[in-house]
Design a protein around this ligand. Structure first.
Ligand code: NI
Length: 184
């Protein structure tokens, strides 16, 4: 089932998400819907707050970057109750976009390596280090769990320049090929 995607300006994108219990109802179905929604919208990731749920769940698919980074081939995963415990390595600037902020693409600097604890789809607790493009994709989605949107990372000048565009997006003035939920 395709889930509508929440658009910039909606308060759910500003909430800090909560861990979910092991017996969270219909998690399997929710993850299936998340993957389907991400695929249909051509996203490389989708976080639960983007479909209106303040829970620490996100899905990623880095296969589109396999040519740039062979590590990304088959990098299609769900992360549950994710917590980044360490960020290091150099800062790398990459051009980002977000399904919740349609039409805006800006360079964002992020650490190139992270260590994260999480549960996989089977509920197994894991601790893993991610580097390069994987770490980049994860940090963008992880930000959504913390109530952060990628434009928050821009300089105040850049933010000022984007203010009108962002206001227009909040008011529904954009094109998207997927179903959306606008801020009230
Ligand atoms: Ni996003």
């Amino acid at each position: 089932m395709l889930l509508p995607i929440v658009i910039y300006g909606h308060p759910v994108l500003r909430k800090v998400s909560e861990d979910i219990p092991a017996d969270f109802p219909d998690l399997e179905k929710f993850l299936k819907d998340m993957f389907q929604t991400m695929d249909e919208a051509d996203g490389v990731g989708l976080a639960a707050p983007q479909v209106g749920k303040s829970i620490r769940v996100f899905v990623v698919d880095g296969s589109a970057f396999a040519e740039m980074d062979p590590d990304c081939a088959g990098f299609r995963r769900a992360f549950i109750n994710a917590h980044i415990v360490e960020r290091d390595g150099e800062e790398v600037s990459r051009n980002e976009g977000c399904l919740s902020v349609p039409g805006i693409h800006e360079d964002v600097k992020r650490k190139n390596r992270i260590r994260m604890v999480y549960e996989d789809e089977k509920g197994e607790r894991k601790e893993e280090v991610f580097e390069g493009i994987k770490a980049w994709i994860i940090q963008h989605e992880y930000d959504h769990l913390e109530g952060i949107v990628f434009t928050d990372h821009l300089s105040s000048l850049k933010k000022r320049l984007l203010r009108n565009k962002l206001n227009n997006i909040s008011m529904g003035k954009f094109r998207a090929t997927y179903k959306v939920v606008l801020p009230k």
